[in-house]
Design a protein around this ligand. Structure first.
Ligand SMILES: Cc1ncc(COP(=O)(O)O)c(C=O)c1O
Length: 390
């Protein structure tokens, strides 16, 4: 007899991005020359200083439980980083270290969302937000940005609010579009939060990856009076190419952070002690490396745009941050994103993620966190594919 599964578990969908990556890996190991542009992770090695700190920590015997909210050294490094980068003061009791930023997000959402609550998201949206909100019993309501340069307008956000709305989740630089919200978008979010009494989860995990003249805006720095309604989310995965270490964190009001810590203490205890020490190393000695990698991503982005820019039927809004381009395929002969991705993989061995995975049918996401050679070959294959469609 089959075991009964909870309604909550039945509703949850697996990560589409990870599913495409897995399929591409499978095809590759079966001998197909697949190029995958589906993964959301940098292809660089973790910084030498992080690896050294981890090795030293293991040799010292730092292999036991730590405080659930993280080791004081890492909390101090995070607070120091926020002071230096954004001029913001956070006490250790206002910081929690988690098993990746995904865990920080879920803990924050679990603390803030009740059954029946609504949460506002700009659309396209990273779908983990939607799934996490639903796991907490809430509903995601979205504000379309597909015709406003992927940046939300105040009018659209206001129109998506109801008396059930409790908060807004903002991600900039943005996954999947690469959009970087400027000061006016941050201030519009701050105005709405202030006027409607909402909280804001501000996921700035890609904040170090901005290109050209774009500048990342931290919402608390831009609107300090809403500090106590904001939970900032960040981590080492993207900034330092440390996806496998699983270290993320949140900064926010002490009572919210304390509740997140209570949840973490019951479900995970602390994040890996060794990874926490590696992260201390990253903050202490990987700044130059981070800047060099940012510049490399910018170069790759320009190579990609140079090739894709000339393809008829494909429309691209220039991404100013993160490492994704979000391609509008509605003008091609296959405007259906799922079908587009299926046939591109089948016929040209190129894996992209359908926009439906981000509530944006008609678009596809291409990650350029891979070698320039792969970008050149992959983008050329995409061009051939679109031009060859009957
Ligand atoms: C917008 C956004 N937030 C958070 C995360 C989670 O990062 P991690 O759990 O690796 O720290 C990701 C990873 O893909 C992301 O794209």
């Amino acid at each position: 007899m089959k075991l009964k599964i909870s309604k909550r578990a039945e509703k949850i969908k697996p990560s589409a991005t990870l599913a495409v990556s897995a399929l591409a890996r499978e095809m590759k190991s079966a001998g197909r020359p697949v190029l995958s542009f589906s993964a959301g992770e940098p292809d660089f090695r973790s910084p030498a200083r992080a690896i050294q700190e981890a090795a030293d920590a293991m040799a010292r015997g730092e292999t036991r439980y730590t405080a659930t909210s993280g080791i004081p050294e890492l909390k101090a490094a995070i607070a120091g980083y926020y002071k230096g980068r954004f001029g913001l003061e956070y006490k250790p009791s206002e910081v929690i270290v988690t098993g990746g930023a995904k865990a920080a997000l879920f803990e924050a959402i679990s603390v803030l969302v009740d059954e029946g609550d609504e949460v506002l998201l700009p659309r396209p949206a990273w779908v983990s937000y939607v799934e996490q909100i639903e796991l907490a019993g809430g509903t995601a309501k979205t504000a379309d940005t597909s015709d406003t340069g992927f940046v939300p307008t105040k009018e659209r956000m206001l129109a998506a609010l109801s008396d059930k709305t409790v908060g807004i989740i903002i991600n900039t630089p943005h996954n999947p579009t690469g959009a970087v919200y400027g000061e006016s978008a941050a201030l519009a979010v701050a105005d709405i939060a202030r006027e409607r009494g909402l909280w804001v989860i501000y996921d700035e995990i890609y904040e170090r990856l901005v290109y050209g003249g774009a500048r990342h805006v931290n919402i608390v720095q831009a609107a300090p009076d809403i500090r106590d309604r904001v939970i900032l989310i960040n981590g080492v995965s993207k900034t330092f190419s440390m996806t496998g270490w699983r270290i993320g964190y949140a900064l926010g009001p002490e009572d919210i952070i304390k509740k997140m810590d209570d949840i973490q203490s019951q479900i995970a205890s602390n994040p890996s002690s060794i990874s926490q020490w590696a992260s201390v190393g990253a903050y202490a000695g990987a700044d130059d490396e981070t800047e060099a990698r940012r510049a490399e991503f910018e170069r790759r982005r320009d190579v990609l745009l140079g090739i894709l820019g000339g393809i008829e039927g494909l429309s691209i809004t220039r991404p100013d941050g993160a490492f994704y381009a979000f391609l509008d395929v509605r003008g091609t002969k296959i405007p259906d994103d799922m079908e587009f991705c299926r046939r591109l993989l089948e016929e040209k061995n190129v894996a992209l993620v359908p926009g439906a995975a981000f509530l944006a049918p008609g678009f596809v996401r291409m990650s350029y966190a891979c070698s320039e050679e792969n970008i050149r070959v992959g983008a050329t294959r995409i061009g051939e594919f679109i031009r060859g469609l009957a």
